[in-house]
Design a binder for this molecule. Structure first.
Ligand code: ASP
Length: 310
């Protein structure tokens, strides 16, 4: 079986000064996952490790570097799925967890599919995952952005063309830059897996949860394909974008065409933007977005180096 891995570092607007940083983090994460696959590790291990690397990287909106809610908290969501067993684990609205994707993996190994908030945090402690501090997750950049929005109502990082949009605290549609992270892979046994992790949407209402921890919405894996999404979570959730992409592959289209068809559907049925990555059973990778950018990197057999893009 052909191995493959593709990761993303979020759809949205990536300004030219940040493009190289966004590519480099994706490249590093793809290589971490690829080495696991090369050494005979599972797709599940590879996607978890790749997403952990992106969560630890302060340049993405997941784990350290996540954006703040309107009341100044960091609430994290993550989901992971094994395409062979169709087992799923997800967490939503968790605070003080450095690597939510590993907590999601623990949920996957429990009788549950999704744990949220306080219960998820207690479960983390029971599983030996220690709490980190708020400061371990907070970056100067996200704090400045939040502070600025509190005083001016405008996101300091928005491109000028977005300034005419009103930044209403709690509005789900006030943010054009996303930054969720994700990885999908196929291992030498032909097993597919998907993982996605996010800090949600900048300045979001406390308790707001998007597509990222919702199976079939922000991530999905079965025997045909694995998918991870990023973008306006409300639209990805109501349109079940990840599952739709898996169904396109099941219907006989390649990873690439499935990614494009899913984004065409998003464009036709929603105002929100975003992107997704797909890997299929033959080991093809696909990616598509209708936002301005989506940081990504992939490794497939025959490549010496990951291919990256934004
Ligand atoms: N999909 C994420 C959410 O809505 C945000 C993102 O991808 O950046 O929470």
């Amino acid at each position: 079986m052909s191995m493959a891995i593709i990761v993303h570092g979020g759809a949205g607007t990536i300004t030219s000064d940040r493009a190289e940083i966004a590519r480099a983090g994706c490249r590093e994460a793809a290589l971490i996952g690829w080495r696991i696959l090369e050494n005979g590790g599972s797709a599940l291990e590879a996607v978890e490790a790749a997403v952990r690397a992106l969560e630890d990287n302060p340049n993405y909106n997941a784990g350290k570097g996540a954006c703040l809610t309107v009341d100044g908290r960091i609430e994290l969501d993550a989901g992971i799925m094994d395409g062979k067993k169709l087992s799923v684990g997800a967490v939503a609205c968790v605070e003080y967890i450095k690597n939510p994707i590993s907590l999601a993996r623990k949920v996957m190994e429990s009788p549950y599919v999704l744990l949220v908030g306080r219960g998820a945090q207690e479960f983390a402690l029971e599983q030996g995952i220690p709490q980190c501090s708020f400061g371990d997750l907070l970056t100067e950049r996200q704090y400045k952005r939040w502070k600025e929005a509190q005083s001016t109502g405008v996101d300091a990082e928005e491109e000028p063309r977005y300034h005419r949009r009103e930044v209403t605290p709690g509005s789900p549609r006030n943010e054009e830059k996303h930054g969720t992270v994700g990885a999908v892979a196929i291992d030498t046994s032909g097993v597919l897996a998907a993982a996605t992790s996010t800090g949600g949407i900048f300045n979001q209402y406390p308790g707001r949860v998007g597509d990222t921890p919702l199976v079939g919405c922000g991530f999905y894996a079965d025997e045909n394909a694995a998918i991870s999404c990023t973008g306006q979570g409300e639209d990805f959730a109501r349109l079940l974008i990840a599952k739709r992409a898996a169904d396109f592959v099941a219907g006989g289209v390649s990873a690439r065409d499935a990614a494009e068809a899913a984004i065409a559907l998003l464009g036709a049925k929603a105002e929100g933007t975003g992107g997704l990555i797909v890997v299929d059973r033959p080991g093809n990778v696909g990616f598509a977005w209708n936002s301005e950018n989506m940081a990504h990197a992939f490794m497939t057999e025959g490549l010496d180096e990951p291919i990256t893009g934004v």
